[in-house]
Ligand binder design. Structure first.
Ligand code: CNA
Length: 344
């Protein structure tokens, strides 16, 4: 998985194609195979910050940690020698803490109505399953938190020990004493490859008769390339706070700019599904009992502040140690010079 620079030109003309005709075509059966790509923006209303939104996004929030660059916390080479920042925030971002949004419920409703052809999610929060989207319709392109292994020797690690480590904000290490590698959840970090199924599954984009893209900046490859694989003439609908990727370059593109939750409610109104959607969402939220288990945990901001203080203290100690050694050596040197040359 790699981050792409914003080289794609975002068209200056706002394409406000026709959301009503998309709804009509779903109602009359002309659209029946919807391929969806989702990103962090469909989970922000569940309380999980995305990466790149200014101020509220994780990258801005991580500033106190003074990382070499914000993505480092999710980069395999940084994690391999400094896993502490990742685990410092893991508890606050752990999916046990969270409930699905109405945007997740909308995708579950599409599946229930036999309209969800396939869902590619870049998210690792697992809220798709909590919302009731059938797992055989989903590719978790960036993995998930359901299992974990040693990043170094790849040995699996038990769930209960992982849960405890996340709960305590501590780095879990490989149980093989001679290895000592940090344990990593099976999420895809920058610098790592996507699951093998990705290459095979990307072909299903060409089978869709609607490409729905929600809550993503389309800045992480290779998922960012999926919307371009939709066949020419097939409508592409973007529901996002901002324009993304090459949306707007095709005349059949429709951009609903604003919160995903508002976008799906609007679409549900046009489709006459609103009550059904709200009920499905409420049921999914009520079913998420795990939430209570983690309710008393520290917030993400508190976790970051605590880690920043620890890192400053460590830096303070090492600076203090360095000063002490320098003073010690200069004293020694001064003593030696005052005594004159010696062979000792
Ligand atoms: P991103 O680059 O942070 O982009 C998020 C996009 O969503 C931006 O364009 C925002 O403007 C938009 N957005 C934010 N909130 C809303 C909202 N309520 N309604 C509509 N749009 C909104 O994140 P991407 O998903 O594009 O990047 C892929 C990364 C993010 C993957 O590697 C993920 O694992 C990673 N990520 C996942 C989660 C999660 O699992 N919930 C959270 C944070 C980051």
């Amino acid at each position: 998985m790699t981050e792409i620079e914003a080289t794609e030109s975002i068209p200056s003309t706002s394409t406000q194609g026709d959301i009503e005709s998309i709804a009509d075509n779903i109602k009359n059966g002309h659209i029946s195979r919807i391929v969806v790509l989702t990103g962090a923006g469909i989970s922000t209303s569940a309380g999980i910050p995305d990466f790149r939104s200014p101020t509220t996004g994780l990258y801005d929030k991580l500033a106190p940690l003074k990382l070499p660059y914000p993505e480092a916390i999710f980069h395999i080479s940084y994690f391999s020698h400094s896993p502490e920042p990742f685990y410092a925030i893991a508890r606050a971002r752990h999916p046990g803490n969270l409930k699905p949004t109405i945007s997740h419920a909308f995708l579950a409703l599409l599946a229930k109505k036999g309209l969800l052809h396939y869902l590619f999610t870049q998210n690792i929060d697992g809220l798709e399953e909590d919302a009731g989207i059938p797992t055989d319709k989903v590719l978790w392109a960036h993995g998930n938190w359901k299992s974990q292994h040693c990043w170094k020797c790849k040995t699996e690690y038990p769930d209960d020990l992982m849960k405890r480590a996340i709960h305590n904000g501590e780095v879990p290490y490989c149980l093989k004493a001679e290895c000592g590698g940090a344990i990593k959840p099976n999420v895809v970090f920058f610098g790592q490859s996507l699951p093998k199924e990705f290459d095979e599954k990307e072909k299903v984009v060409g089978q869709g008769d609607l490409m729905l893209v929600m809550g993503t900046s389309l800045k992480v490859a290779p998922c960012s390339t999926l919307p371009r694989l939709a066949n020419k003439g097939v409508p592409r609908l973007l529901i996002n706070m901002e324009k993304a990727g090459d949306f707007g370059n095709r005349k059949e593109d429709v951009c609903m700019l604003g919160p995903c939750d508002d976008g799906v409610r609007r679409l549900a109104d046009l489709l006459g599904w609103r009550d059904e959607l709200e009920t499905l969402w409420k049921d999914a939220v009520d079913a998420k009992e795990d939430v209570l288990k983690f309710q008393d945990g520290p917030s993400l901001d508190e976790c970051i502040a605590k880690m920043a203080a620890q890192m400053d203290a460590r830096l303070g100690i090492s600076k203090g140690h360095k000063n002490m050694l320098e003073n010690h050596l200069s004293d020694k040197f001064a003593q030696m010079m005052s005594k004159g040359p010696s062979c000792q």
